[in-house]
Design a protein. Structure first.
Lengths: 200, 772
């Protein structure tokens, strides 16, 4: 699968309405056909970056390295930062290489999975974006809930772009439950027709 | 009369001349067409090259355990006591290593050369910095290693390089040595021919050629080695035609990429790029004046003057070329003197051997689905893989030594027909990426090429059991009466009635343990208890789990499948276990990661592809049980053999001990080992006896370089210290306790009923943190 030139991919920016997805009983049902036209388009990374709250691009991860950080974890963190910079520069092939190498030396690095998910979202390989975001959230939920929230938001974006709106509502809801201040998740939830999530 | 006869003869002569001219013209047209086809079409067959993964160096890595020295030697780095001045130089320092890394192109990226210092504590990297900029570094890459080429019929190593990318002095050295009037002749050099003619007449045979570069090229392109006048004439005619049709530069470029430079075992070395790599382990642009002269001098007699076998003769030849360069004004006296004083900077002489033949066969089959055989052997593709050659060698050694130990300990295994010997297979995978890092398909590739790691369909036996528990824990999430690791299960004979009949699973040696926690059923590999769990869960959900996590072989709907009665391959087992190791995420197992064309453009990329197959919680719960297999169960031999890292695994033995398995993983690396006979004769040994030692030997070496990693429980999992016999929360009085994993909400809430009057057992700090 080429990951160098997303513009060459033939997936439409707006997916056709999907078959009804298995719904989450915790989220109120709405008819997918009633959703506004822009729902289903892959939220761009620019949208994500400009949204308030947790999805504003975080500072470099290298700041999380301290004396207690295991050396391989520190090396992987540097590689993730480099991968993130490569994504920002549009150099997706290099980013993929850097992120996969980060996993090779720190297999439990949630940030590497997060940016792999972002990379796949950019390339509209939504199933991959969803799976990687899931892994990122799973790895960071106990230790870094704000990152888990970011990951769920990203997963919500991918579900939304894939036309799986019920799943998107579920992901955005989990993002808000994990970090109630996540404005981007709230915006996403509103966009797919979910009710506000009660603040704890 | 005379006049008529003269006229007739004249006409006859004219006719003969006309016929002759027509024949000559036809021949010339034919030769010209052949020439054009060769020059404009594909001139050579370029083997595809298969590369290992690029090796990463980072702080925390144990260089000795990672086999860095061996890696560097295979890549033709040179260890010296002096300051590294050239790419490929290495020097040990009091506190570490100075390393002049080469630049290299990896698909989609170019890695620059770099002079670095690795600061070591013992063998472990503690810091890295760029010696030129002082910049601290966090990760470095060594260039991928060439595993082998995929050849057509002849093993020709060759890489095409444009003339503009070759050092001008190298081009000049070849010209002054082989054809000093190259710039002025038209394909044939009459002076050279006259000189050769005289020599040949004196000797009474053809002993010297006056061939120009163009003639040599024509001979190599089209003609045989035969030394006949007919061939020489044809060669000369084609050379003249070539000079009329093509420029000197085009002819020269073809020559430099075509010419034969000797032999590396069975592989012929062709072209200056390949020769430069073979003799000096450097690309042409990095060659010194002396190296260039040596290379140019080799063209005439590459084997007779081989610097590896005949260094004195090679040096003599080099000095002759240096003299020619000096005489022609291509180098000055100082350069000449310096070059003559140079030692021969030869690469470590080696015959390339394919260290991963089964893996290469696997790739050939895999890639053969997308690339015709002709493309794979002639288009010069670069195939970048996930293989780690150090781990591959560790795997090969573990298999070889493991079988030798078995045959030593059990002579009945050794005293067999050479065609029916004990076989073994090992496949190692990174669970997070699906990257195959090592593959051994049998005890001896020379004897049998059957790749058991990929193609041997064998019963997995108890290796299948974790899939039963995985299904049970997956179902537990929503079950009213969930099965947890501490759920009591009866380990007694029982009958399972199904559509086709009745199945009665029995335990190994018919030993039964009564009521046991579910955990013990897996740790001790109890057939009866495991079958009861499977009965509760249902056969179809178990088969569905198996298919979702990677078992592709047919699974007939019979209960005996849950104890491993359906045949699977080691590769399938690796895929399935990798899902468990990767917390339920299926990363498709793969060997190739990128394919590039001859120009380095990516034609196919196979990135990590993942799919959520089962929940992370269920996968973690099974992993937690499988850790117990190594710590307390049938796999405790792993610990007894000194492997102490966090690891999980499972033994497998089939009926009559025909197959012995061990599959297990650390958080970063998974390996599956199978041992048995190809003809399914009974091996008579369990997985713990035959396969476990091989697995342990491999994992000890393969995982030693990286810092140990822990299995991290996902959210939704609670770790609680319990009394393993009662299943209650452990108290200070419980004689034995165990840290057990549960779906959050399913953990026990009551204290151990036997020791409940005591306070809870103390927990280490990290446990509470891991149990949100």
């Amino acid at each position: 699968m080429p990951l160098d030139s997303p513009e060459e991919r033939d997936a439409p920016a707006v997916e056709p309405p999907p078959a009804p997805a298995a719904d989450d009983s915790a989220v109120p049902k709405i008819e997918e056909e009633t959703l506004p036209d822009d729902v289903g388009a892959a939220p761009s990374t620019d949208d994500t970056a400009t949204a308030a709250g947790l999805t504003v691009e975080p500072p470099p991860l290298v700041g999380t390295i301290d004396n207690g950080t295991a050396p391989n974890v520190a090396a992987a963190t540097h590689l993730v930062d480099a991968g993130r910079a490569s994504i920002a520069a549009g150099d997706y092939g290099t980013a993929l290489e850097q992120l996969e190498r980060a996993i090779a030396i720190d297999s439990g690095n949630p940030y590497a999975y997060y940016y792999l998910a972002q990379l796949h979202l950019i390339h509209r390989t939504y199933d991959q974006a969803i799976a990687f975001a899931d892994r990122a959230a799973s790895l960071s939920e106990a230790r870094a809930p704000e990152w888990a929230s970011r990951a769920y938001t990203l997963q919500g974006n991918a579900f939304e772009a894939a036309g799986r709106f019920a799943d998107a509502r579920g992901a955005y809801t989990r993002a808000i439950q994990t970090a109630p201040g996540n404005l981007a998740a709230q915006v996403g939830l509103a966009r797919v027709g979910g009710p506000p999530v009660a603040q704890p | 009369m005379l006049r008529r006869a003269t006229l007739f003869l004249a006409l006859l002569g004219l006719a003969a001349a006309a016929v002759g001219a027509a024949a000559v013209a036809r021949t010339l047209r034919h030769l010209d067409a052949v020439l054009v086809e060769k020059f404009n079409g594909r001139r050579w067959n370029f083997p595809s090259r298969i590369y290992s993964d690029a090796f990463l160096i980072y702080p925390g890595l144990d260089l000795r355990a990672a086999g860095l020295d061996d890696r560097l030697r295979r890549l033709n780095y040179r260890f010296a006591d002096t300051e590294p001045l050239r790419k490929g130089d290495v020097r040990r320092t009091p506190d570490g290593l100075d390393l002049f890394l080469r630049d290299f192109s990896y698909p989609g990226q170019h890695v620059d050369d770099r002079l670095v210092h690795l600061e070591l504590n013992g063998d472990v990297v503690v810091a890295m910095r760029d010696l030129r900029s002082g910049e601290a570094l966090y990760a470095l890459q060594l260039e991928p290693e060439l595993i082998t080429g995929l050849y057509k019929s002849a093993w020709e190593e060759r890489r095409e390089v444009p003339l503009s990318q070759l050092p001008p002095l190298l081009v000049r050295a070849v010209i002054v040595t082989e054809d000093r009037r190259f710039a002025s002749h038209r394909g044939v050099d009459p002076i050279g021919v006259a000189r050769a003619l005289v020599t040949n007449l004196r000797s009474g045979g053809v002993v010297q050629g006056g061939s120009t570069l163009t003639q040599q090229l024509m001979k190599n392109f089209f003609l045989s080695e035969e030394r006949t006048m007919h061939r020489k004439v044809k060669e000369a005619v084609m050379a003249v035609l070539a000079e009329q049709r093509y420029s000197k530069d085009e002819i020269l470029e073809n020559y430099l990429n075509e010419i034969y430079f000797g032999q590396n075992g069975l592989e012929g070395i062709f072209g200056v790029w390949e020769a430069s790599q073979f003799y000096f382990a450097r690309p042409p642009e990095e060659l010194s004046v002396g190296d260039i002269a040596l290379l140019a001098g080799l063209i005439r007699a590459p084997n007779a003057c081989s610097p590896f076998r005949r260094p004195d003769r090679a040096r003599e030849r080099r000095d002759t070329v240096l003299q020619l360069l000096l005489d022609n004004g291509d180098i000055d006296r100082a350069a000449y003197d310096a070059a003559r004083a140079e030692p021969l900077h030869l690469a470590a002489t080696h015959t390339r051997t394919n260290l991963a033949p089964n893996f290469v066969d696997f790739l050939r089959e895999d890639l053969g689905r997308n690339y015709p055989r002709d493309v794979l052997t002639s288009e010069g593709l670069g195939i970048f893989t996930s293989l780690d050659l150090e781990l591959q060698q560790a795997a090969a050694t573990a298999v070889r030594n493991g079988i030798a130990e078995l045959e030593d300990r059990y002579p009945r295994l050794a005293n067999r027909d050479p065609d029916h010997r004990v076989q073994a297979a090992l496949i190692a995978v990174r669970p997070q990426t699906g990257a195959i890092v090592a593959m051994v398909g049998g005890r001896d590739y020379e004897t049998t090429q059957f790749n058991r790691a990929v193609h041997a369909r064998r019963q997995p036996g108890s290796i299948f059991k974790p899939l039963v528990f995985l299904t049970a824990f997956e179902a537990a999430r929503t079950a009213d009466d969930p099965i947890t690791p501490s759920t009591p299960v009866l380990d007694e004979p029982f009958e399972w009635e199904y559509d086709g009949g009745t199945w009665q699973p029995s335990n190994y040696r018919d030993e039964y343990f009564g009521q046991v926690p579910a955990r013990r059923a897996l740790e001790l590999s109890l057939n009866a208890a495991t079958s009861r769990i499977a009965y509760r869960v249902g056969l179809e959900p178990i088969l569905d789990t198996a298919r979702r996590i990677g078992i592709e072989s047919p699974l007939p709907p019979y209960p005996s499948v849950i104890l491993g009665a359906a045949e699977v391959t080691p590769l399938e087992v690796a895929q399935a276990y990798a899902v468990i190791a990767n917390q339920g995420l299926k990363a498709v197992v793969r060997g190739a990661s990128k394919v590039v064309d001859r120009q380095g453009q990516i034609v196919e990329r196979r990135p990590v592809a993942v799919d959520r197959a089962v929940s992370p919680q269920a996968a973690y719960l099974v992993t937690h049980l499988m850790e117990g297999v190594l710590d307390r169960g049938t796999g405790r031999g792993v610990r007894e053999r000194g492997f102490t890292r966090p690891a999980a695994g499972k033994t497998g033995t089939t009926n009559d001990a025909r197959d012995a398995w061990f599959a297990g993983f650390t958080p970063d690396l998974l390996a599956v080992v199978w041992v048995g006979f190809d003809d399914t004769d009974p091996l008579g040994l369990t997985g713990a006896e035959a396969a476990l030692p091989i697995w342990t030997a491999f994992m000890q070496q393969a995982s030693a370089a990286a810092p140990p990693a822990q299995f991290q429980p996902p959210t939704g999992v609670a770790l609680v210290r319990i009394d393993p016999y009662t299943g209650g929360i452990a108290t200070a009085a419980c004689p034995e306790t165990i840290l057990e994993a549960f779906w959050r909400g399913q953990e026990p809430t009551a204290s151990c009923p036997i020791h409940s009057q005591h306070p809870p057992a103390a927990e280490p700090d990290d446990v509470s943190a891991a149990s949100p």
